[in-house]
Write a protein that binds this ligand. Structure first.
Ligand SMILES: CC(C)(COP(=O)(O)OP(=O)(O)OC[C@H]1O[C@@H](n2cnc3c(N)ncnc32)[C@H](O)[C@@H]1OP(=O)(O)O)[C@@H](O)C(=O)NCCC(=O)NCCS
Length: 213
């Protein structure tokens, strides 16, 4: 079995601990050693494990360790990845056994991605690094998804779409076919994006429109 730690001991981190248990099933792969968390105290526990330390603990870890970053805030994930400087650390993809990858041969996927239960990824999809796909997310044919994006439960990404970096899609939001979402965009829960968005903006509603605060 390979040692693995989950970065983030919040709700998503606990879900990922459950996901590791599911993946282990009858044929255990992962030995979950605990959580890494920069906010919670060392020794804090939840149902699944104990906080071992923060970034310094990880950067001084003396042997091979897989780490999965389970944080919903895309900027947070990107910031953590930049701070990890330990050659012993590797970043596997954690994919629930029931995820449907309809054409593994023609799909690309990088490192550090989480694909939670009941996701479906259609044909010829290109997924980069450190994306979080919560449960029941669907991705249509030929979609390109770059790095550090978070898709909450039930998001629908249609075909021929392109999603850049550090975007957040709220629960049950939709991106229509051939549309592009660039970088650092927030799409509100239940919103339907029917036009290309502008970077660094929040969109809400049906159809989704930009919201200025
Ligand atoms: C878009 C979002 C990030 C905005 O959050 P926020 O900045 O805190 O905004 P507020 O909650 O203060 O709402 C601001 C206004 O937008 C409206 N609004 C908020 N979310 C909306 C949405 N998804 N669709 C339409 N309108 C929305 C609110 O009703 C409010 O309107 P009002 O000023 O007329 O009362 C948030 O509402 C959202 O949708 N988050 C996603 C949640 C999610 O998916 N969580 C998953 C956890 S697992």
């Amino acid at each position: 079995m390979k040692n693995i730690a989950i970065y983030g001991a919040g709700g998503l981190g606990r879900e990922v601990a459950c996901l590791l248990n599911t993946i282990n099933g009858d044929n255990p792969i992962w030995n979950f050693i605990g959580f890494i968390d920069d906010v919670k105290e060392v020794g804090a526990t939840n149902e699944y494990g104990t906080v071992l330390g923060g970034i310094d603990f990880l950067n001084s870890y003396p042997s091979a360790l897989s780490v999965i970053i389970a944080i919903g805030n895309p900027r947070g994930v990107a910031g953590i990845v930049k701070k990890i400087r330990n050659a012993n650390i590797e970043f596997p993809n954690i994919i629930a056994p029931d995820v449907r990858l309809v054409d593994k041969e023609n799909m690309k996927i990088g490192i550090g991605n989480i694909l939670s239960w009941n996701c479906t990824i259609s044909c010829h999809v290109n997924i980069g690094n450190f994306n979080v796909f919560n449960g029941w997310v669907t991705v249509g044919h030929d979609a390109v998804i770059d790095d550090f994006n978070s898709f909450m439960t039930g998001v629908r990404i249609a075909g021929d779409t392109h999603i850049g970096n550090e975007n957040y899609f709220g629960v049950s939001s939709v991106l229509l076919q051939k549309k592009k979402v660039g970088n650092n965009t927030i799409i509100g829960a239940g919103s339907i994006v029917i036009r290309a968005t502008k970077d660094n903006k929040t969109y809400m509603g049906v159809p989704a429109t930009v919201v200025e605060y």
